[in-house]
Ligand binder design. Structure first.
Ligand code: UDP
Length: 431
């Protein structure tokens, strides 16, 4: 990896990144690990390449974890003991924030004053820690919410559990305190301003990225061989955390409709699901398999555990279409990764997905979660060779507009703005 030690004067030397509830070292695609983990690690690596050292603080979940791990040159992950050495649910974590904050402050106290130039907190739990550390260290706080309780609660899947009021209050506090609020899309900016009263001047839209070196088009036949799938199959894939919010059941129901409409498809159709249970999905980890059986497509459905990025490439390349049927999605990295591999995406028209997917160019956006609407959309992309070829080209073009390098450059601009705003505010107090 090339590291440039040239650093513009406004750029921080060292950033404390807070990721309390999940570590960038974890495998995404199950439990609490998903797009945020990828975001944190990819932007950290890109920052280090630009000469900005990054230290990520995350809660220690096992006594085997070393206190400090080097994720990449210039990027350290610090495991902070806070509560038992075991995974805790998000409901249990607020009670550990005091212990976690104390660990972060102690780590900083070992260094000369002014060791970190800026704090970037991810998710509201980290925002609570960042808010206090910001006041102690006298440095700006940049916050990324990743998801918002009020938005999630407004678009719950049937029977799903709403986010608690404690989270809503905690998010409101962080929104009021942060010097800059980084959001993924203009829609999220409106949500933050409209639902949380964020200062529009403090909100900065930064598009997430995709690793274009890893996620590239490649041989579909080779990918299918790697996964043990027939070469001539029609493959519909889902990748990500299995929970009601992500709605993989919509894909299964739509697949069942496709087979009901054309029974010959039963010979060729494969529904590939990569990922593990998460969130409220943990309460019934077998629910999706049971649904596939009850829909009569159990034999056509292949479940694979969370895949490393390298293996996920096979999943995307093997698929004719990747489905992202979520009820809410602040962006949807899976959609971007699939398109970068040349696979069209059919996605729900919610949250950031209309930015991640270009309707009619790189795939289709479906304005409902009805199985019939999804079956129609999936059929028109997966079974029409001309449309598929056109969208596959559009997908690669669309994804090529995003990269983690671009994300990080914009993020560093937001850091500079936060630093200037923080200094101005400090000057006002002094005068
Ligand atoms: N992912 C993975 N292995 C899997 C499934 C998913 O590494 O088996 C990763 C995927 O590459 C993506 C992330 O998990 O970067 C999911 O991000 P997304 O924004 O789609 O959803 P989130 O998890 O943030 O809700």
């Amino acid at each position: 990896m090339t590291i440039s030690w040239y650093r513009p004067a406004t750029q921080p030397r060292r950033v404390a990144v807070l990721s309390v509830h999940t570590s960038p070292l974890e495998q995404p695609g199950t439990g609490d690990a998903g797009g945020m983990n990828v975001y944190v690690s990819q932007t950290a690596v890109e920052m280090a390449r630009r000469g900005v050292a990054v230290e990520v603080f995350t809660r220690a979940t096992s006594s085997d974890q070393p206190p400090v791990v080097e994720l990449a040159p210039g990027v350290l992950v610090r495991h902070v003991p806070a509560g038992p050495f075991e995974p805790l649910s998000r409901d249990e974590l607020p009670a550990q924030l005091c212990a976690f904050t104390s660990g972060v402050l102690r780590a900083e106290a070992f260094h000369e004053p002014g060791y970190y130039d800026l704090i970037h907190s991810h998710y509201w739990l980290s925002g609570q820690v960042g808010w206090l550390a910001r006041d102690r260290w006298g440095v700006p706080l940049v916050h990324t919410a990743h998801t918002l309780a009020k938005v999630k609660n407004a678009a719950l899947a049937d029977g799903d559990t709403p986010e608690p009021r404690t989270r809503v209050i905690g998010e409101e506090q962080v929104v009021a305190e942060a010097d800059r609020l980084v959001v993924n899309t203009a829609v999220e900016a409106h949500q933050l301003i409209g639902l949380y009263g964020a200062d529009p001047g403090a909100v900065r839209t930064v598009s997430p990225g995709v690793d274009l070196q890893r996620f590239r088009p490649g041989s579909q036949a080779a990918a299918r061989a790697a996964l043990g799938l027939p070469r001539d199959a029609v493959v519909l894939a889902f990748a990500g955390r299995i929970q009601p919010l992500k709605a993989p059941d919509v894909l299964l129901r739509a697949a069942a409709e496709l087979v009901a409409d054309d029974p010959t498809l039963r010979e060729r159709l494969v529904v590939l699901v990569a990922g593990g249970p998460s969130g409220t999905g943990l309460e019934q980890p077998q629910a999706l398999r049971e649904l596939a059986d009850s829909l009569g497509i159990g034999e056509l459905t292949r479940f694979v555990p969370p895949q490393s990025g390298e293996n996920l490439v096979h999943v995307y390349r093997a698929a004719d279409v990747v489905a992202v049927p979520s009820y809410n999605e602040s962006f949807g990295l899976v959609a971007l990764e699939a398109q970068a591999c040349g696979t069209p995406v059919v996605a729900a028209e919610v949250g950031g997905l209309p930015v991640a997917v270009r309707h009619g160019v790189s795939g289709l956006l479906v304005p409902s979660h009805r199985a019939g609407d999804w079956a129609t959309a999936l059929r028109s992309v997966a079974l029409d060779a001309a449309t598929h070829a056109e969208f596959a080209r559009g997908a690669v073009r669309h994804a090529s507009r995003f990269s983690w390098a671009r994300t990080t450059d914009t993020l560093l601009e937001a850091y500079s703005e936060a630093t200037a705003a923080f200094r101005d505010a400090a000057l006002e107090v002094a005068v």
